[in-house]
Design a protein around this ligand. Sequence first.
Ligand code: SF4
Ligand code: SF4
Length: 487
Amino acid sequence: MQNVLDIYREEFYRCIKCGSCQPVCPTYIETRDESMVARGRLALSEAVVEGRLGLTDGLMDRVSKCLSCMACSESCPTGVDVVKLLTAVRSQVVEDKGLDPISKVVLRVILKNNRLLSFTAKLMGLSVRLYNFLPSYGIFGRIIPFTRNGIKRVVPPFGGKPLRKGLPEVIKACPDHSQKIDKPIPKFDLGFWVKLQSRLKDKARGNFATQSYMTNTVRSKIDDNAVFQDESAILNSAKAEFGPIMRVAFYTGCMTDLVYQDAGRAVISVLKKLNIEIVLPQGQVCCGAPAYYMGDRKSALELAKRNIEVFKGLNVDAIVNCCATCGTMLKEVYPLLLDKDAKEVSDKTVDIQKFIADRLEVFKLRTSYSALHTLKRVTYHDPCHLKRGQGVVSAPREILKSIPGIEYIEMKDADRCCGGSGTFNLKYYDFSMAIGKYKAEKIRESGADIVATDCPSCQMQLTDILNRYGVKAKVVHTVQLLADSLS
Ligand code: SF4
Ligand code: SF4
C-alpha cells in the first residue's frame, strides 16, 4: 500500500495554526493541553510527514484520543479535514507497526463474518448478564471493569435475535386490507382524495425518482361520488389499491442488527406505514467504521467493497440507515476509499430521519391518531457523524415537533460530542465519562424526560452518562418515538 501520509501530504499544510479549533474541541476543553486539539495534533503529524518525528507512542496517544467529532473542521477557516488526516496517521501506524492481537482478530476476522459477529454478540450478552449480576461494591467494585464509585456501566443487551435473521430480503409495504372501505360513508368528498394523491406524490418524489406511484388511474378507479370515513382509512385504502410508492434498501449496521433491534424494527414499521417496500440484503456486512477509524484501512476497504457489491444495482430509490456512523461511512468515507466506484451507493444513502422528514406531510395524516396520549418532554442530541458528517440537523427536530404528545425542548450545545465515539469509550472510559459529564448536565438542565438521537454509539454512551450522573431521562432512537405514535 502507498504510504498513507503521502496521499494527504499537502493537506497537512492547510492548517494555518490559527487556533479557531481550540474552543470547540472537547478533548482540549477537558485537558487544556495543546497537543490534545486539532492544531497540536496536526503540528505533530506534520513533523512526522517531514521526517522530524517518528510514529512514537506519545504521538499515537494524542492522535487516538481524538474523538473524530469534526467540531474543529466545522470552525476551521481553511476547511482542514482533521478527521481524515488524523485517521491517515493511524493508518500509517498500522501499516508500519501492525495491529495489536485483539484488534487484529476483531477487525480482520470477526467483523468480516456475520455469523462470527453474531456469535460474539451472544457471548458478550452472556458476559453482560454476569456483569449486571455482580455487585458493584466491596471487592467487586474494585475488580470489575468500568465500575466507579460503586456505579457500574450501563451496557445494552447484546445477544438478542439479530434483526435481519428471520426477515425476508424483501419486506412488502403493508397496506391494511382489513381497513379498506367498500361502502363509502359520507364525511369527506372526493376533493380530499385528489389532494391526498397530489400531496403524497409530491412528497414521495422528494429527492428520489419514484418507480411506481399512484397514477391517474386513481381517479378513474374511484367513483366520483365516493366519500370516506376518515383519512387513515383512505390512506390504507389507497395502499391496498395502488401498491408501494417507493422501494428502499435498509442498511442496518451491526449495532442495530445485534443490539438495538427496536430501532431497526421501528424503521421497518414506519417505512411500511409510508407504503414503502423494503429490501433488506442479508449479505450486507459491517460498514467498516471500527476498522477505518482505528487505522486498518485494508479491512475498511474490503468491507466497503463488499457492501457496495451488495447494494449497487438493487434497483432501489434510496438506501436508508438509522446509524449516523454507518451513514457517514456509506455516504462520505466510501468515496474517499473507492472514489467513483462508491458513487451510486453514496448518492442513494440517506439517514432515515432525513428520509422521513422529507415526507412528513404524509405522516401528519396519521399522527393525528397518535397513541402517545401523555405529554412527553423530549430533547435531541446531534450525533457528530450526522450533523457534521452528513449535514442532517433540522430533520429529527421536524419529526419530533410533528408528533402529538411531544413537547420539544432544545438543549444547550445539543451538537457537543457525548464522548462515546465508538471504541473510544472502551479504551479511555474515564476520559469519555469526563467529556460526557457536560452533556449529562445539559440534558438535566433541559428538563427532558426523553433524549432522542440517531446513533447506537451515542445511545449507549448517553444511557451510561445519564445513569452515572444521576439524570433521569430515557434515551431512544427518534424513529422509535415516531413508530410509537403511529401504532
Ligand atoms: S475531531 Fe473533535 S476531538 Fe478531534 S481534534 Fe477535532 S474537535 Fe478535537
Ligand atoms: S482551526 Fe483549522 S487552521 Fe486553525 S488551527 Fe485549527 S485546524 Fe488549523
